[in-house]
Design a protein around this ligand. Structure first.
Ligand code: EPZ
Length: 431
Protein backbone atom coordinates (compact mmCIF):
# COMPACT_ATOMS: atom_id res chain seq x y z
CA UNK A 1 0.00 0.00 0.00
CA UNK A 2 1.28 3.49 -0.74
CA UNK A 3 0.69 6.90 0.76
CA UNK A 4 1.52 10.52 0.07
CA UNK A 5 3.41 12.55 2.66
CA UNK A 6 2.60 16.22 2.12
CA UNK A 7 4.18 19.18 3.92
CA UNK A 8 1.71 22.01 3.55
CA UNK A 9 2.01 25.78 3.53
CA UNK A 10 3.85 26.37 0.26
CA UNK A 11 2.36 28.22 -2.72
CA UNK A 12 2.17 26.27 -5.99
CA UNK A 13 3.75 28.09 -8.91
CA UNK A 14 4.91 27.36 -12.46
CA UNK A 15 3.33 25.48 -15.35
CA UNK A 16 1.58 22.11 -15.56
CA UNK A 17 0.36 20.21 -18.64
CA UNK A 18 -2.97 18.44 -18.32
CA UNK A 19 -3.17 14.83 -19.56
CA UNK A 20 -5.84 13.16 -21.67
CA UNK A 21 -9.30 12.80 -20.14
CA UNK A 22 -9.83 9.65 -18.04
CA UNK A 23 -13.59 9.60 -18.57
CA UNK A 24 -13.17 9.94 -22.32
CA UNK A 25 -10.40 7.37 -22.75
CA UNK A 26 -12.20 4.63 -20.76
CA UNK A 27 -14.98 4.88 -23.37
CA UNK A 28 -12.88 5.49 -26.51
CA UNK A 29 -10.58 2.47 -25.98
CA UNK A 30 -13.44 -0.09 -25.76
CA UNK A 31 -15.16 1.70 -28.68
CA UNK A 32 -12.32 0.52 -30.96
CA UNK A 33 -13.88 -2.98 -30.64
CA UNK A 34 -16.51 -1.67 -33.09
CA UNK A 35 -13.86 -0.92 -35.72
CA UNK A 36 -13.07 -3.25 -38.64
CA UNK A 37 -9.55 -1.83 -38.91
CA UNK A 38 -6.73 -0.88 -36.50
CA UNK A 39 -7.07 2.43 -34.62
CA UNK A 40 -4.43 4.76 -33.17
CA UNK A 41 -5.51 6.66 -30.03
CA UNK A 42 -3.32 9.58 -28.95
CA UNK A 43 -3.04 11.64 -25.73
CA UNK A 44 -3.95 8.73 -23.48
CA UNK A 45 -3.06 9.29 -19.81
CA UNK A 46 -0.91 6.69 -18.03
CA UNK A 47 -3.36 5.87 -15.25
CA UNK A 48 -4.48 2.52 -13.89
CA UNK A 49 -7.93 2.75 -15.49
CA UNK A 50 -6.22 2.77 -18.90
CA UNK A 51 -3.95 -0.12 -17.93
CA UNK A 52 -6.94 -2.19 -16.78
CA UNK A 53 -8.95 -1.41 -19.94
CA UNK A 54 -6.08 -2.34 -22.29
CA UNK A 55 -5.37 -5.49 -20.25
CA UNK A 56 -8.99 -6.64 -20.60
CA UNK A 57 -8.94 -5.99 -24.36
CA UNK A 58 -5.61 -7.76 -24.79
CA UNK A 59 -6.85 -10.80 -22.85
CA UNK A 60 -9.80 -10.91 -25.27
CA UNK A 61 -7.33 -11.10 -28.15
CA UNK A 62 -6.90 -7.49 -29.29
CA UNK A 63 -3.43 -6.64 -30.62
CA UNK A 64 -2.21 -3.67 -28.58
CA UNK A 65 1.01 -1.75 -29.27
CA UNK A 66 2.18 1.29 -27.34
CA UNK A 67 3.67 3.56 -30.04
CA UNK A 68 4.89 5.94 -27.33
CA UNK A 69 3.97 6.86 -23.75
CA UNK A 70 0.69 8.50 -24.77
CA UNK A 71 -0.16 6.75 -28.06
CA UNK A 72 -1.55 3.26 -28.53
CA UNK A 73 -2.35 1.25 -31.67
CA UNK A 74 -5.24 -1.19 -31.21
CA UNK A 75 -6.27 -3.89 -33.68
CA UNK A 76 -9.45 -5.55 -32.39
CA UNK A 77 -10.07 -7.74 -35.46
CA UNK A 78 -8.74 -10.85 -33.62
CA UNK A 79 -10.72 -10.01 -30.47
CA UNK A 80 -13.08 -12.77 -29.20
CA UNK A 81 -16.27 -12.03 -27.31
CA UNK A 82 -15.43 -13.27 -23.80
CA UNK A 83 -17.19 -12.71 -20.47
CA UNK A 84 -15.70 -10.02 -18.23
CA UNK A 85 -15.70 -11.51 -14.73
CA UNK A 86 -16.24 -9.77 -11.39
CA UNK A 87 -12.50 -9.86 -10.60
CA UNK A 88 -11.99 -7.46 -13.50
CA UNK A 89 -15.27 -5.51 -13.28
CA UNK A 90 -14.70 -4.67 -9.60
CA UNK A 91 -11.48 -2.83 -10.50
CA UNK A 92 -13.22 -0.17 -12.54
CA UNK A 93 -16.83 0.82 -13.05
CA UNK A 94 -16.16 1.78 -16.65
CA UNK A 95 -16.04 -1.92 -17.54
CA UNK A 96 -19.78 -1.39 -18.10
CA UNK A 97 -18.78 0.19 -21.44
CA UNK A 98 -17.86 -3.29 -22.71
CA UNK A 99 -21.59 -4.07 -22.61
CA UNK A 100 -22.38 -1.48 -25.28
CA UNK A 101 -19.39 -2.13 -27.50
CA UNK A 102 -19.54 -5.95 -27.40
CA UNK A 103 -23.30 -5.86 -27.98
CA UNK A 104 -22.77 -3.44 -30.86
CA UNK A 105 -20.24 -5.72 -32.56
CA UNK A 106 -21.21 -9.28 -31.56
CA UNK A 107 -24.90 -8.81 -30.64
CA UNK A 108 -24.09 -10.32 -27.27
CA UNK A 109 -22.16 -9.34 -24.16
CA UNK A 110 -21.45 -10.88 -20.75
CA UNK A 111 -20.06 -8.46 -18.19
CA UNK A 112 -20.22 -8.70 -14.40
CA UNK A 113 -22.32 -6.13 -12.60
CA UNK A 114 -19.91 -3.37 -11.53
CA UNK A 115 -18.81 -3.55 -7.90
CA UNK A 116 -20.00 -1.44 -5.02
CA UNK A 117 -19.14 2.20 -5.16
CA UNK A 118 -18.07 4.82 -2.70
CA UNK A 119 -20.46 7.39 -4.13
CA UNK A 120 -23.67 5.67 -3.16
CA UNK A 121 -26.22 3.88 -5.28
CA UNK A 122 -25.19 3.59 -8.94
CA UNK A 123 -27.73 1.40 -10.75
CA UNK A 124 -27.50 0.69 -14.48
CA UNK A 125 -31.21 0.50 -15.26
CA UNK A 126 -30.95 3.22 -17.91
CA UNK A 127 -28.17 1.30 -19.67
CA UNK A 128 -30.37 -1.83 -19.77
CA UNK A 129 -33.40 0.23 -20.87
CA UNK A 130 -31.35 1.41 -23.85
CA UNK A 131 -30.10 -2.06 -24.80
CA UNK A 132 -33.58 -3.59 -24.68
CA UNK A 133 -35.00 -0.68 -26.71
CA UNK A 134 -32.52 -1.67 -29.43
CA UNK A 135 -33.76 -5.29 -29.34
CA UNK A 136 -31.46 -6.98 -26.82
CA UNK A 137 -32.66 -9.45 -24.19
CA UNK A 138 -31.06 -8.49 -20.86
CA UNK A 139 -30.78 -10.96 -18.01
CA UNK A 140 -28.88 -11.00 -14.73
CA UNK A 141 -27.46 -14.38 -13.79
CA UNK A 142 -25.07 -14.96 -10.86
CA UNK A 143 -24.02 -11.31 -10.94
CA UNK A 144 -23.35 -11.36 -14.67
CA UNK A 145 -25.25 -9.11 -17.06
CA UNK A 146 -25.97 -11.15 -20.17
CA UNK A 147 -27.12 -9.35 -23.32
CA UNK A 148 -28.25 -11.11 -26.47
CA UNK A 149 -29.86 -9.80 -29.68
CA UNK A 150 -30.73 -11.47 -32.99
CA UNK A 151 -30.27 -8.03 -34.47
CA UNK A 152 -30.13 -4.45 -33.22
CA UNK A 153 -32.75 -2.08 -34.61
CA UNK A 154 -32.67 1.68 -34.10
CA UNK A 155 -35.29 3.09 -31.72
CA UNK A 156 -36.29 6.19 -29.80
CA UNK A 157 -34.98 6.16 -26.21
CA UNK A 158 -35.81 8.66 -23.49
CA UNK A 159 -33.56 8.45 -20.43
CA UNK A 160 -35.52 8.87 -17.20
CA UNK A 161 -32.26 9.99 -15.59
CA UNK A 162 -29.44 12.02 -17.16
CA UNK A 163 -26.67 9.44 -17.30
CA UNK A 164 -23.17 9.76 -18.81
CA UNK A 165 -22.61 6.02 -18.81
CA UNK A 166 -25.98 5.11 -20.27
CA UNK A 167 -25.58 7.75 -23.01
CA UNK A 168 -22.11 6.40 -23.90
CA UNK A 169 -23.31 2.79 -23.84
CA UNK A 170 -26.34 3.71 -25.93
CA UNK A 171 -24.20 5.37 -28.58
CA UNK A 172 -21.86 2.37 -28.81
CA UNK A 173 -24.72 -0.15 -29.06
CA UNK A 174 -26.49 1.92 -31.73
CA UNK A 175 -23.67 2.86 -34.14
CA UNK A 176 -24.04 -0.42 -36.09
CA UNK A 177 -27.75 -1.02 -35.41
CA UNK A 178 -30.17 -1.00 -38.36
CA UNK A 179 -31.78 2.39 -38.88
CA UNK A 180 -32.06 5.50 -36.73
CA UNK A 181 -31.68 5.70 -32.94
CA UNK A 182 -32.71 8.87 -31.13
CA UNK A 183 -31.50 9.29 -27.54
CA UNK A 184 -33.35 11.97 -25.60
CA UNK A 185 -32.31 13.46 -22.24
CA UNK A 186 -28.77 12.53 -23.26
CA UNK A 187 -25.76 13.50 -21.13
CA UNK A 188 -23.79 16.43 -22.59
CA UNK A 189 -20.41 15.97 -20.85
CA UNK A 190 -17.28 16.73 -22.92
CA UNK A 191 -16.32 13.06 -22.86
CA UNK A 192 -19.64 12.07 -24.45
CA UNK A 193 -18.87 14.48 -27.29
CA UNK A 194 -15.31 13.14 -27.51
CA UNK A 195 -16.57 9.56 -27.93
CA UNK A 196 -19.04 10.63 -30.63
CA UNK A 197 -16.32 12.55 -32.46
CA UNK A 198 -14.02 9.54 -32.29
CA UNK A 199 -16.70 7.16 -33.63
CA UNK A 200 -17.58 9.64 -36.39
CA UNK A 201 -13.89 9.71 -37.35
CA UNK A 202 -14.29 5.93 -37.79
CA UNK A 203 -17.25 6.40 -40.13
CA UNK A 204 -20.15 6.42 -37.68
CA UNK A 205 -23.10 8.75 -38.27
CA UNK A 206 -23.79 10.51 -34.96
CA UNK A 207 -25.22 14.01 -34.69
CA UNK A 208 -26.23 16.10 -31.69
CA UNK A 209 -23.64 14.90 -29.15
CA UNK A 210 -23.33 17.65 -26.55
CA UNK A 211 -27.05 18.41 -26.76
CA UNK A 212 -30.06 16.73 -25.12
CA UNK A 213 -30.88 14.80 -28.30
CA UNK A 214 -28.38 12.55 -30.04
CA UNK A 215 -29.27 10.87 -33.36
CA UNK A 216 -27.33 7.82 -34.48
CA UNK A 217 -27.90 6.37 -37.95
CA UNK A 218 -26.55 2.81 -38.03
CA UNK A 219 -23.72 1.98 -40.44
CA UNK A 220 -22.53 -1.41 -41.66
CA UNK A 221 -18.89 -0.99 -40.76
CA UNK A 222 -16.41 1.34 -39.15
CA UNK A 223 -12.90 1.96 -40.51
CA UNK A 224 -9.75 2.73 -38.53
CA UNK A 225 -8.84 6.17 -37.22
CA UNK A 226 -6.11 8.19 -35.56
CA UNK A 227 -7.80 10.12 -32.79
CA UNK A 228 -6.53 12.31 -29.96
CA UNK A 229 -8.38 12.26 -26.62
CA UNK A 230 -9.48 15.63 -25.23
CA UNK A 231 -7.68 17.12 -22.21
CA UNK A 232 -9.05 16.13 -18.81
CA UNK A 233 -11.51 18.79 -17.61
CA UNK A 234 -11.39 17.42 -14.05
CA UNK A 235 -7.62 17.17 -13.81
CA UNK A 236 -7.43 20.78 -15.00
CA UNK A 237 -10.06 21.80 -12.44
CA UNK A 238 -8.17 19.95 -9.71
CA UNK A 239 -5.00 21.95 -10.42
CA UNK A 240 -7.08 25.16 -10.52
CA UNK A 241 -8.40 24.33 -7.05
CA UNK A 242 -4.89 23.48 -5.81
CA UNK A 243 -3.61 26.87 -7.04
CA UNK A 244 -6.49 28.59 -5.27
CA UNK A 245 -6.06 26.68 -2.00
CA UNK A 246 -2.30 27.35 -1.82
CA UNK A 247 -2.72 30.97 -2.93
CA UNK A 248 -0.35 30.12 -5.74
CA UNK A 249 0.09 31.20 -9.35
CA UNK A 250 -0.28 28.38 -11.89
CA UNK A 251 -0.37 28.25 -15.67
CA UNK A 252 -2.41 25.15 -16.52
CA UNK A 253 -1.74 24.11 -20.13
CA UNK A 254 -3.46 21.81 -22.64
CA UNK A 255 -6.99 22.66 -21.56
CA UNK A 256 -10.23 23.58 -23.33
CA UNK A 257 -11.30 26.71 -21.38
CA UNK A 258 -14.93 26.25 -22.42
CA UNK A 259 -15.01 22.93 -20.51
CA UNK A 260 -13.74 24.71 -17.40
CA UNK A 261 -16.32 27.52 -17.34
CA UNK A 262 -18.44 26.21 -14.41
CA UNK A 263 -15.25 25.80 -12.33
CA UNK A 264 -13.78 29.15 -13.42
CA UNK A 265 -17.01 30.97 -12.55
CA UNK A 266 -17.05 29.59 -9.00
CA UNK A 267 -13.37 30.37 -8.40
CA UNK A 268 -13.87 33.94 -9.66
CA UNK A 269 -16.88 34.27 -7.36
CA UNK A 270 -14.89 33.43 -4.20
CA UNK A 271 -12.05 35.82 -5.10
CA UNK A 272 -9.60 33.80 -7.20
CA UNK A 273 -8.12 35.40 -10.35
CA UNK A 274 -8.47 33.31 -13.53
CA UNK A 275 -7.04 34.36 -16.93
CA UNK A 276 -8.18 32.38 -19.97
CA UNK A 277 -6.02 31.75 -23.06
CA UNK A 278 -6.67 29.60 -26.16
CA UNK A 279 -5.51 26.33 -24.59
CA UNK A 280 -4.47 27.35 -21.09
CA UNK A 281 -5.73 29.09 -17.98
CA UNK A 282 -3.72 30.97 -15.38
CA UNK A 283 -5.02 30.77 -11.80
CA UNK A 284 -3.77 33.30 -9.25
CA UNK A 285 -4.81 32.70 -5.66
CA UNK A 286 -5.78 35.56 -3.35
CA UNK A 287 -5.38 36.17 0.38
CA UNK A 288 -9.05 36.18 1.29
CA UNK A 289 -11.87 34.12 -0.21
CA UNK A 290 -15.55 34.53 0.48
CA UNK A 291 -17.84 31.53 0.87
CA UNK A 292 -20.26 30.61 -1.92
CA UNK A 293 -22.87 28.04 -2.87
CA UNK A 294 -22.17 25.11 -5.17
CA UNK A 295 -24.78 22.77 -6.62
CA UNK A 296 -23.50 19.94 -8.79
CA UNK A 297 -25.39 19.45 -12.04
CA UNK A 298 -24.97 17.52 -15.29
CA UNK A 299 -22.78 19.41 -17.81
CA UNK A 300 -22.67 22.36 -18.39
CA UNK A 301 -23.46 22.74 -14.69
CA UNK A 302 -20.83 22.47 -11.95
CA UNK A 303 -19.33 18.96 -12.32
CA UNK A 304 -19.85 16.50 -9.46
CA UNK A 305 -16.28 15.28 -10.04
CA UNK A 306 -15.05 18.70 -8.85
CA UNK A 307 -17.28 18.86 -5.77
CA UNK A 308 -14.79 17.46 -3.21
CA UNK A 309 -11.89 19.55 -4.54
CA UNK A 310 -13.96 22.75 -4.39
CA UNK A 311 -15.13 21.91 -0.87
CA UNK A 312 -11.47 21.64 0.17
CA UNK A 313 -10.90 25.19 -1.08
CA UNK A 314 -14.04 26.46 0.68
CA UNK A 315 -12.90 25.11 4.09
CA UNK A 316 -10.79 28.29 4.39
CA UNK A 317 -13.16 30.73 2.65
CA UNK A 318 -14.58 33.38 4.96
CA UNK A 319 -18.20 32.93 6.02
CA UNK A 320 -20.54 30.08 5.17
CA UNK A 321 -20.53 27.96 2.02
CA UNK A 322 -23.14 25.43 0.96
CA UNK A 323 -22.36 22.48 -1.29
CA UNK A 324 -25.27 20.48 -2.71
CA UNK A 325 -24.46 17.15 -4.36
CA UNK A 326 -27.38 16.48 -6.70
CA UNK A 327 -25.85 13.66 -8.78
CA UNK A 328 -24.79 11.02 -6.24
CA UNK A 329 -26.40 10.19 -2.93
CA UNK A 330 -23.21 9.72 -0.92
CA UNK A 331 -20.37 11.88 -2.17
CA UNK A 332 -19.41 13.44 1.17
CA UNK A 333 -17.36 10.56 2.62
CA UNK A 334 -14.27 12.79 2.41
CA UNK A 335 -15.84 15.26 4.88
CA UNK A 336 -14.85 13.16 7.93
CA UNK A 337 -11.26 13.28 6.70
CA UNK A 338 -11.34 17.06 6.23
CA UNK A 339 -12.78 17.40 9.73
CA UNK A 340 -9.68 15.60 11.03
CA UNK A 341 -7.74 18.50 9.51
CA UNK A 342 -9.84 21.05 11.39
CA UNK A 343 -12.46 21.80 8.74
CA UNK A 344 -15.83 22.95 10.09
CA UNK A 345 -18.33 21.08 7.93
CA UNK A 346 -21.75 19.66 8.71
CA UNK A 347 -23.56 17.33 6.31
CA UNK A 348 -27.31 16.85 6.09
CA UNK A 349 -28.31 14.44 3.31
CA UNK A 350 -27.01 15.88 0.05
CA UNK A 351 -26.01 19.26 1.51
CA UNK A 352 -22.71 20.15 3.20
CA UNK A 353 -22.50 23.44 5.12
CA UNK A 354 -18.93 24.72 5.45
CA UNK A 355 -17.93 27.42 7.95
CA UNK A 356 -14.59 28.89 6.89
CA UNK A 357 -11.61 28.50 9.22
CA UNK A 358 -8.28 30.37 9.06
CA UNK A 359 -6.14 27.37 8.13
CA UNK A 360 -6.38 23.58 8.14
CA UNK A 361 -4.00 21.52 10.26
CA UNK A 362 -2.07 18.44 9.15
CA UNK A 363 -3.43 14.98 9.96
CA UNK A 364 -3.25 11.35 8.73
CA UNK A 365 -6.22 10.97 6.34
CA UNK A 366 -7.56 8.36 3.95
CA UNK A 367 -8.75 8.69 0.36
CA UNK A 368 -12.22 7.14 -0.01
CA UNK A 369 -12.42 7.56 -3.78
CA UNK A 370 -10.60 9.21 -6.66
CA UNK A 371 -11.83 12.80 -6.27
CA UNK A 372 -11.94 12.61 -2.46
CA UNK A 373 -8.23 11.75 -2.63
CA UNK A 374 -7.63 14.79 -4.81
CA UNK A 375 -9.49 16.95 -2.29
CA UNK A 376 -7.33 15.65 0.56
CA UNK A 377 -4.17 16.44 -1.40
CA UNK A 378 -5.44 20.00 -1.94
CA UNK A 379 -6.27 20.30 1.76
CA UNK A 380 -2.87 18.92 2.82
CA UNK A 381 -1.03 21.30 0.46
CA UNK A 382 -2.69 24.27 2.17
CA UNK A 383 -2.58 22.90 5.74
CA UNK A 384 -0.04 23.72 8.42
CA UNK A 385 2.32 20.83 9.03
CA UNK A 386 2.86 17.43 7.42
CA UNK A 387 -0.09 15.20 6.50
CA UNK A 388 -0.18 11.58 5.36
CA UNK A 389 -2.76 10.49 2.79
CA UNK A 390 -3.50 6.74 2.64
CA UNK A 391 -5.15 4.59 -0.03
CA UNK A 392 -3.71 6.70 -2.82
CA UNK A 393 -4.43 3.90 -5.33
CA UNK A 394 -7.76 5.69 -5.72
CA UNK A 395 -5.95 8.83 -6.89
CA UNK A 396 -3.67 6.94 -9.28
CA UNK A 397 -6.72 5.49 -11.05
CA UNK A 398 -7.44 8.87 -12.58
CA UNK A 399 -4.49 11.24 -12.17
CA UNK A 400 -1.30 10.73 -14.15
CA UNK A 401 1.90 11.25 -12.08
CA UNK A 402 0.07 13.43 -9.56
CA UNK A 403 2.96 13.76 -7.11
CA UNK A 404 5.51 14.36 -9.91
CA UNK A 405 3.39 17.15 -11.39
CA UNK A 406 2.82 18.70 -7.98
CA UNK A 407 6.52 18.47 -7.07
CA UNK A 408 7.38 20.32 -10.30
CA UNK A 409 5.10 23.11 -9.05
CA UNK A 410 6.97 23.41 -5.76
CA UNK A 411 4.81 21.12 -3.63
CA UNK A 412 6.54 19.25 -0.82
CA UNK A 413 5.02 15.81 -1.55
CA UNK A 414 6.55 12.35 -1.61
CA UNK A 415 5.07 8.90 -2.24
CA UNK A 416 6.02 6.31 0.37
CA UNK A 417 5.07 2.69 0.85
CA UNK A 418 2.92 1.87 3.83
CA UNK A 419 2.78 -1.64 5.38
CA UNK A 420 -0.58 -3.15 4.46
CA UNK A 421 -2.42 -3.49 7.81
CA UNK A 422 -3.97 -6.71 6.50
CA UNK A 423 -0.66 -8.26 5.60
CA UNK A 424 1.52 -9.46 8.51
CA UNK A 425 4.47 -10.11 6.22
CA UNK A 426 4.72 -6.46 5.31
CA UNK A 427 4.29 -5.51 8.99
CA UNK A 428 7.20 -7.85 9.88
CA UNK A 429 9.20 -6.17 7.09
CA UNK A 430 8.13 -2.80 8.45
CA UNK A 431 9.41 -3.79 11.87
C1 EPZ B 1 -19.63 8.99 -15.03
O1 EPZ B 1 -20.10 7.99 -14.15
C2 EPZ B 1 -18.20 9.27 -14.60
N1 EPZ B 1 -17.42 8.06 -14.74
C3 EPZ B 1 -18.17 9.74 -13.15
O2 EPZ B 1 -16.83 10.09 -12.85
C4 EPZ B 1 -19.02 10.99 -13.03
O3 EPZ B 1 -19.08 11.38 -11.69
C5 EPZ B 1 -20.44 10.70 -13.55
O4 EPZ B 1 -20.37 10.20 -14.90
C6 EPZ B 1 -21.31 11.95 -13.57
O5 EPZ B 1 -20.71 12.93 -14.37
C7 EPZ B 1 -16.94 7.78 -15.98
O6 EPZ B 1 -17.19 8.49 -16.93
C8 EPZ B 1 -16.10 6.54 -16.09
P1 EPZ B 1 -24.01 8.62 -14.45
P2 EPZ B 1 -21.52 7.27 -14.49
O7 EPZ B 1 -24.53 7.40 -15.13
O8 EPZ B 1 -21.66 7.14 -15.95
C9 EPZ B 1 -27.75 7.55 -11.77
C10 EPZ B 1 -14.86 10.17 -11.59
O9 EPZ B 1 -14.59 10.58 -10.46
N2 EPZ B 1 -27.99 6.45 -12.73
O10 EPZ B 1 -24.00 9.91 -15.19
O11 EPZ B 1 -21.61 6.04 -13.66
C11 EPZ B 1 -26.49 7.33 -10.95
O12 EPZ B 1 -26.75 6.51 -9.84
C12 EPZ B 1 -16.13 9.38 -11.80
O13 EPZ B 1 -14.18 10.35 -12.62
C13 EPZ B 1 -29.15 5.70 -12.63
O14 EPZ B 1 -29.98 5.93 -11.75
O15 EPZ B 1 -22.54 8.35 -13.93
C14 EPZ B 1 -26.11 8.73 -10.56
O16 EPZ B 1 -26.86 9.11 -9.42
C15 EPZ B 1 -16.94 9.23 -10.53
N3 EPZ B 1 -29.36 4.70 -13.53
C16 EPZ B 1 -26.58 9.58 -11.75
O17 EPZ B 1 -27.51 8.75 -12.47
C17 EPZ B 1 -28.46 4.41 -14.52
O18 EPZ B 1 -28.70 3.48 -15.32
C18 EPZ B 1 -25.46 9.96 -12.72
O19 EPZ B 1 -24.78 8.77 -13.05
C19 EPZ B 1 -27.27 5.19 -14.61
C20 EPZ B 1 -27.07 6.22 -13.70
Amino acid sequence: MEKYIVKGGGKLSGEVVVSGAKNAVVAILPATILSDEPCVIENIPSISDVTITLQIMSEMGAKIRMINKTTVEIDTRPLQNMPIPYEKAKLMRATTYFLGTLLGRFHSAHVSMPGGCNLGDRPIDQHLKCFSALGAQCELDKGMINLRADKLIGNQIFFDKNSVGATINGIMAAVKAEGLTIIENAAKEPHVVDLANCLNSMGADIIGAGTDVIKIRGVKELHGTTYSVIPDQIEAGTFMAAAAATRGNLLIKNVIPKHLEPITNKLLKIGVQVEQYDDAVRVIGGDNYVGTTIKTQPHPGFPTDMQPQMAAVLTCARGTSMVTESIFDNRFRYVDELRRMGANISVEGRVAVIEGVDQLKCAPVKATDLRAGAALIIAALSAEGTSEIYDIFHVERGYENMEIKLKSLGANIVKASEPDPNNEVSQKKAI
